[in-house]
Write a protein that binds this ligand. Structure first.
Ligand code: DX5
Ligand code: ZN
Length: 218
């Protein structure tokens, strides 16, 4: 089994966004990961709906939209209309997570829920059957290029067990500090989707960097 790869456009050259999207189109990437930040849920502002829509206009890969925003339930429809195939909300940002996940699916997208590094997987117990993707944050969200948090291996392995026990079909995505150094161990622990920003876009050959993650076989 090979992992699915979701390069994060956050690490791309925003002044050449079309060229960067075309690069990802030509790669082995399975998704384009789109990091939306509001400056409130996380201490950084990235971009929002119009930029997501512009990425979608040039993308031949599905968009995996990671909403690092408060009140994400207010913006589900605009992001699905802008082209999101997966909409991921943060558990910590949702008072009515069950309702929000159902709404994402009603709009025709896959429903993702992201967990900050401090958030225990057990908080998913009652909603796991509504979830298509669990995004395990392996850095504190807000910035690309941060150091991978080592506890994430155990968290992914425990989550995999929980998913298997419950007979859930949820995929595990890992986001933050992913590189050739940790990718194999993450896939062995149960990761299905690897997000990678800096590792891809800071590489001399981003296409080869994506291929190297994609070629991991367990
Ligand atoms: C962090 C974002 C990540 C980030 C990953 O807040 O959610 O998706 O872009 O970037 P790297 O791979 O550089 O840690
Ligand atoms: Zn992300």
């Amino acid at each position: 089994m090979n992992p699915q790869i979701a390069p994060s456009i956050l690490a791309a050259d925003f002044s050449n966004l079309q060229r960067e999207v075309e690069l990802l189109n030509a790669s082995a990437a399975d998704f384009i990961h789109v990091d939306v930040m509001d400056g409130i849920f996380v201490p950084n502002i990235s971009f929002g709906i119009p930029v997501t829509e512009a990425i979608h206009r040039h993308a031949t890969k599905p968009l995996d939209v990671h909403l690092m925003i408060v009140n994400p339930e207010l913006y589900l429809e605009p992001f699905v209309k802008a082209g999101a195939s997966i909409v991921t909300v943060h558990l910590e940002a949702c008072t009515h997570l069950h309702r929000t996940l159902q709404e994402i699916k009603r709009l025709g997208a896959s429903a993702g829920v992201a967990l900050n590094p401090h958030t225990p997987i057990e908080l998913l117990t009652e909603v796991l059957e509504e979830v298509d993707v669990v995004c395990v944050m392996s850095v504190n969200p807000g910035f690309g290029g941060q150091k991978f948090i080592e506890n994430s291996y155990t968290k992914v392995a425990n989550l995999k067990n929980m998913i298997l026990k419950k007979g859930s079909k949820a995929l595990i995505e890992v986001d933050g500090g992913v590189s050739e150094q940790n990718a194999r161990r993450l896939v062995e622990a149960g990761a299905d989707i690897l997000v990678a920003g800096s590792f891809v876009f800071k590489a001399p050959d981003p296409i080869a960097a994506i291929a190297s993650l994609k070629s991991i076989t367990i």
